[in-house]
Write a protein that binds this ligand. Structure first.
Ligand code: HEM
Length: 413
């Protein structure tokens, strides 16, 4: 997609990912309540009570997929990986088995096309089968959401799907009058929307799951910090305690209150600094006619340039002792020059995050969803590491623990 079309698409969706929308949406309130109180906390409570162990990476992927798919397609149409373990194992295996081949599509798409045409495909048959399965699964999610397009019921409303569908329908209406052209356009649009929704599913679920996994890993090494965080979380009104006595929606604190907790914010920022889920290159092409970058002037157009969070986040002048995880480095006066400089170098969410906080219109901004999960876990449990072998990140666009797991013990507080 060209940059004009990309910006137009982004504009269609920016409203529903804005912080003000997310913090006031009734649909998101129901989703959050269901995910935390009906799905996540019962699993953790059961593990803590029985002494069974939790694979936090696996569970985080389930949570983030359920959460984002509910926001995109509607709660009733979304996945339920937290409770349906066999489906989760099957789908996540299909999802991940393709990851090693991402490189070919991103970097050498022509080579792929040539080798396919010559009958010597680079990618195995099972790769294509897994791809087809994921595509069909996503299309079915879209078609189900379509059935509830008219719904404003908070547990049915497909928020993201609906917003895109209605915005794109306007484009159709202003196009050609011929019915056959229109039918073709509708078919094409169904696939375009499915593609966009698949991007959101992957962008929303993988990154947050990885971030949460490293956050739990770091906290699990530090019981004292967990205690300090718990103290802060207990100031929420109401606190995210479990089991709850009433099923009213008021049992979750307002997202604004969660967002305003300084230590929680510091823990999330420091995790995304040291363990950025997308640490590597984010390619861009230079604009016409010339541009200047990092002291280099007159760079011609269409040159690929990259920046990467991994390096920006390890500048020792901005982040002293950069390899160590120190949430307290973020606990500074709001308008301090040091904090502003750290925020300027913080690139876990790529462009749009820099300088002006209000410019970021995605569900990013230190992730509403991540903070909710952390609040739910650390209000109620103490976590310790049982097995973190292979915790070091893979070398990929979106990283993950190379051992594909993080086994934790949960104890009720
Ligand atoms: C810890 C959590 C997350 C991290 C670290 C993260 C990081 C990123 C990064 C680095 C990019 C590329 C930005 C660029 O090219 O400048 C991106 C794009 C994107 N992310 Fe996230 N993300 C997170 C959570 C989410 C969530 C929860 C959603 C919700 C759907 C989301 C949706 C998107 C979308 C739609 C894009 C593409 C934006 C575009 O095309 O311009 N992300 N994310």
């Amino acid at each position: 997609m060209g940059s004009k079309a990309h910006s137009a698409r982004k504009r269609m969706l920016s409203n529903i990912y804005s912080k003000s929308f997310l913090q006031s949406s009734d649909t998101l309130k129901i989703i959050s309540h269901t995910m935390i109180y009906d799905r996540l906390l019962p699993v953790l409570f059961e593990a803590a009570s029985s002494g069974s162990l939790i694979d936090m990476y696996d569970l985080n992927q389930a949570f983030t997929m359920d959460f984002i798919s509910a926001f995109i397609f509607g709660l009733a149409n979304a996945t339920n990986f937290l409770q349906d373990v066999p489906t989760r194992k099957f789908m996540l295996q299909k999802y991940h088995c393709r990851k090693d081949f991402e490189f070919y599509y991103q970097e050498v798409p022509n080579l792929l096309a040539w080798t396919e045409a010559l009958g010597v495909p680079l990618l195995p048959k099972w790769y294509h089968e897994a791809n087809e399965l994921m595509a069909a699964w996503n299309l079915a999610l879209c078609d189900n959401a379509e059935k509830h397009l008219g719904s404003n019921e908070p547990d049915l409303e497909p928020t993201v799907y609906k917003q895109l569908k209605l915005s794109m329908a306007k484009q159709l209406a202003s196009g050609s009058d011929s019915s056959s052209v229109k039918a073709d356009e509708i078919k094409l649009q169904r696939l375009e929307i499915a593609c966009e929704m698949y991007d959101h599913l992957t962008a929303g679920h993988e990154t947050s799951a990885v971030g949460l996994t490293y956050l739990c890993w770091e906290l699990s090494k530090r019981p004292h910090l967990q205690a300090a965080l718990r103290k802060e979380l207990q100031t929420l009104s109401p606190a995210v305690t479990y089991p709850i006595t009433s099923h009213s929606l008021h049992s979750l604190p307002h997202p604004k209150l969660i967002d305003a907790l300084p230590l929680l914010q510091a823990v999330v920022m420091e995790t995304l600094r040291l363990h950025a889920p997308i640490p590597g290159i984010q390619p861009r092409t230079t604009p016409y006619p010339t541009s200047s970058l990092s002291g280099y002037d007159r760079i011609p157009p269409n040159i690929r340039v990259n920046a990467q969070a991994y390096s920006l986040h390890r500048n020792p002048e901005v982040f002293p002792d950069p390899e160590s995880w120190q949430p307290h480095r973020w606990l500074k006066e709001d308008d301090s020059a040091e904090l502003e400089e750290m925020q300027r170098w913080f690139w876990a969410f790529g462009s749009g995050r820099r300088r002006k906080r209000s410019e970021n219109k995605l569900m990013h901004e230190e992730s509403v969803e991540m903070k909710l999960v952390v609040a739910a876990i650390y209000t109620n449990f103490l976590t310790t590491i049982v097995d973190d072998e292979g915790i070091e990140a893979t070398d990929a666009y979106t990283v993950k623990p190379s051992g594909h797991k993080l086994i934790l013990k949960f104890e009720l507080i």
